[in-house]
Every structure is written in C-alpha cells, then in structure tokens.
Design a protein. Structure first.
Length: 129
C-alpha cells in the first residue's frame, strides 16, 4: 500500500473553515493538501499539479462542484480519472444521483468527521491511514 505522505489531495470548497477542517485531518494523516475556492480554481490547480484525490463541495460561486466534475471528466487522462469524493449539505437522493452523473465517485453529507474523511482518503488513494 502506498504511503499517505506521497499522496496529494485537492480540497475544493468555498468555505475557509471547512477547508481548514479537512486540511487539518488530512495533513495529520500524512497527506499533502492543496485548496481551491471553486471549480475554476480547481481546474487551474489540477493542470499545474494533478492530485490523487478530489474532495469537492457542491455549492460554490463561479463554478459549482457538479459543473467542475462534468468539465473535469471531459478532460484528457490522467486528470479526468482522479477520484472525487463529493461532500455537501444536500442530503436528498436526487443530490447523490446528480453527483454520480457529474462524475463523483462517492457522496457524503456534511458534517463529516475527520476520521471518516481520512478513511475515505485512504480508500481512494490506496494509502495506509
């Protein structure tokens, strides 16, 4: 299994406290963490330095999470193949389905514990938690 410290996670969320919460958990588990405030910024960052995992919010200004994933999934590989964990306050079945159709690999409803976040990161990155 790969080490977490060799894995890079891009957190895409417009809420600074949420990004800080995710960063704290992931860095303590050994992941390298980068942040983007919206889908547009995330696309720019991914083309500069691809990630091993995306953690994506849905409701963001400029480019929401679903639009970001749809655009990303149309990109050339390997960027298009980066797994995406969608985490949102939206809890309906239609939201889960919209995330799946946009290209999300899994959907969690906020709030998410730091332990759960690290467990999913390890699962998607193939890294020891």
């Amino acid at each position: 299994m790969a080490e977490a410290s060799s894995k890079r996670v891009l957190v895409v969320d417009d809420a600074s406290l949420v990004r800080l919460y995710y960063r704290d958990a992931l860095e303590r588990a050994g992941y390298q963490v980068d942040e983007a405030l919206n889908g547009l910024e995330a696309l720019e960052k991914l083309h500069a330095a691809p990630a091993d995992l995306l953690i994506v919010d849905v409701n963001m200004p400029q480019m929401d999470g679903f639009t970001f994933l749809k655009v990303l999934r149309r990109q050339a590989l390997p960027v298009a193949a980066i797994p995406a964990l969608v985490i949102s306050t939206e809890a309906g079945a239609q939201d889960r389905e919209a995330a799946r159709q946009a290209g999300g690999n899994f959907y969690l409803v906020k709030p998410v514990s730091q332990e759960t976040l690290v467990e999913y990161a390890a699962m998607f990155c193939g890294a020891a938690p």
